[in-house]
Design a protein around this ligand. Sequence first.
Ligand SMILES: *Cc1c(COP(=O)(O)O)cnc(C)c1O
Length: 344
Amino acid sequence: MSTGRLTIDLDAIAANWRALDSACGGRAAAVVKADGYGCHAPAVARRLLREGVRTFFVAVAEEGAEVRRAVGPGPDIFIFSGPCPGDEPLIAAHALIPLINSPAQARDVLGTDQPFGVQLDSGMNRLGLEPAEFAALKDAILAGRPQLLISHLACADTPEHRQNAAQLRAFITMTEGTDVPRSLAATGGIMLGPDYHLDMTRPGVGLYGGHPFAGARAVLRLDLPVIQTRTVAPGEAVGYGMAWRAVRPSVIATVAAGYADGLLRAMGGGTLRLFADDIPCPLVGRVSMDLITADVTDAADLPRTLTLLNHRQTVDDLAQAAGTIGHEILTSLGSRYARLYKGA
Ligand SMILES: *Cc1c(COP(=O)(O)O)cnc(C)c1O
């Protein structure tokens, strides 16, 4: 084995979906954009279909087509970015449901027999019709029988932020009396409680084991091959910039994965460990493009593989070490890893 092996536990994703679904009273859809947060959208969608999921969300039409091929006819597949120019054949061929985000997208869809939903901007100012735009188009939109009205929270992972309640109020005000199913909450919004659940929730990162779903089961295991080991004397340095220096006679393992595999360079120099069976071995020195180095002095034997991701060290730990969020760690997972699926 010369590349890492990434094991994706589809049963854990299914268990996370079940837990999130019951946390919001059985209203959870599933977000599988960005190749299922790096976990392979077709495999994730097929497993969740078996679990009972009948509504999926993706970012763009191409992803929707891939999910449709995986789940077959029947489930609803919504596209966050809506109908972009040139998408019409793909949307029609795969029975996708674009969300209208702008007056231009409304013009393209209204009056056709294309099924659609609508995304409203309740204060994030990223995607969606502004309140005034929606007001101007409301009659035409409702006459076209939208399947869903959604909006997205800017600060859901900060529960005490005033923006959450303000966006909930704005969304309710815009959609009051429409009779169309409404959805506001992603993973963070589910955690904010029942006021935010409305008719449907849209968990993404929580399915894949990430914050802010605190009770999540770990989904990923990443085993990395050790290419060579060496002994370094006290005072010798390891890696680019000589950023780490031995203070005792140390055994250093050189491991085949680096920032080209999604191990962000910013992870180096922190508190991350690689596991030799159960023994934690500190990640030392800088992360290079194809390699990292670990201090395996305390391992029982010279390890042939080391584990970077497991239930003891999750995507959130890697995210914290790199100063980012679990979403970015997941979607950075490298294309060189051999991928194994549990529960396919
Ligand atoms: C990505 C996304 C989600 C899922 O968010 P998570 O934080 O991953 O749960 C839900 N809704 C919209 C509009 C999104 O863009």
